[in-house]
Design a protein around this ligand. Structure first.
Ligand code: UT7
Length: 325
């Protein structure tokens, strides 16, 4: 039996030039390279310069992914951007990217699931392709988290960074078994009761400002490993493969200790978890496609590999996506 599979045909990423080290941060808040590195694994992060926006980062990642996929804007049916830091309250980052790519057809919209945004976007894109409502989709995760930081709050401002990553997904044919290339499963979850663990204290309908990110880090940590491991197991269930078969885990980059604990819980070698946390910090919805791009370009992820993407973030939201590259 032949079925439609959403296959990744290209990927790309972009990081702003400016690098902010832990040592530099220690000059402005009461922290140290030692504390940040040992508690999180983060050494440095990229920060967008004044006037450099989420749309700018998204566009650069998109252009690289489209060049990798060898497709033009006239071949795209849909743009989905996962972001929690849009240029404007409206319109979406996606429609701005659409305009700057010169794409005059199809549709474009943003998905808001904070750090889980890229996994949510992957689920949306996969379902559009499976429903034959789109053939070729540009999926971007792009953030300027630095703009949501309270730079006097050492419990949050040392954790986040800016960046963007993108993939092009295209409908391809599969046999309907686990040897196919493309997305097998996406699993999404949320629990809105956990709002107070991670949120931004502003918005158009409340303060009229963008607000600042607030997090009860220890509480979020407690949910992270269990929720992520459960969603990975759910994504693998009835896909014809096992967790042990997964070649590469591409996790949301919030904390190296979360990555290591998840690997231990799933009983897989920690080396199979792609980690960019030291160089990128937490870039929210951009972190998974940024890590994906690193591992594809350094030759770790190859065609035919079984790849698991996962994330957890504000909402709380979490989820996983299983695909063959
Ligand atoms: O991306 C969305 C999902 N987010 C996450 O998954 C984040 C999950 N949480 C975490 O990664 C960790 O909880 C953090 C990295 C945020 C914090 O690490 P922790 O080991 O849970 O530290 P803590 O919050 O329990 O703080 C321990 C101590 C506290 O001091 P006292 O109360 O023990 O005296 C903090 O005030 O460390 C202090 N502290 C710091 N010290 C130096 C907190 N932030 C800093 C800092 N530098 N930047």
């Amino acid at each position: 039996m032949s079925i439609i599979r959403s296959q990744v045909i290209g990927c790309g990423a972009y990081l702003p030039d400016r690098i902010l080290t832990n040592a530099e941060l220690a000059k402005t808040v009461d922290t140290s390279d030692e504390w940040i590195a040992s508690r999180t694994g983060i050494r440095r992060r990229h920060i967008a310069k004044d006037g450099e926006t989420t749309v700018d980062l998204a566009l650069k990642a998109a252009e690289r992914a489209m060049a990798d996929a060898k497709i033009g804007a006239d071949q795209l049916d849909l743009i989905v951007v996962a972001t929690t830091t849009p240029n404007e309250t409206f319109p979406s980052v996606a429609t701005s990217v659409q305009a700057r790519l010169g794409m005059t057809r199809g549709a474009a919209f943003d998905v808001q699931a904070v750090c889980s945004g890229f996994i949510y976007g992957m689920a949306v894109a996969d379902n559009f392709i499976k429903a034959a409502q789109a053939k070729t989709i540009l999926l971007i995760g792009a953030e300027t988290m630095s703009r949501l930081m309270d730079w006097t709050d050492r419990t949050t401002c040392v954790l986040f960074g800016d960046g963007a990553g993108a993939v092009v997904l295209q409908a391809g044919e599969g046999k309907g078994d686990s040897t196919d290339r493309g997305v097998f499963n996406t699993k999404l979850y949320s629990d809105g009761r956990l709002h107070d663990l991670l949120y931004v204290d502003g918005g158009p309908s409340t303060t009229g400002t963008a607000g600042h990110l607030r997090m009860l880090g220890k509480e979020v940590f407690k949910h992270a490993v269990i929720n992520i491991a459960d969603s990975i197991e759910a994504a693998v269930r009835d896909s014809g493969v096992t967790v042990a078969d997964i070649d590469w885990f591409v996790p949301h980059q919030a904390n190296q200790r979360i990555l290591d604990a998840t690997a231990r819980r799933l009983k897989v070698p920690a080396e199979r978890f792609i980690s960019t946390i030291a160089e990128h910090g937490n870039t929210s919805a951009a972190s998974v496609p940024l890590a994906l791009d690193v591992a594809v370009n350094d030759g770790r992820i190859k065609h035919g590999d079984l790849v698991l993407l996962e994330a957890m973030g504000g909402g709380l939201t979490w989820g996983a996506a299983l695909l063959r590259w």
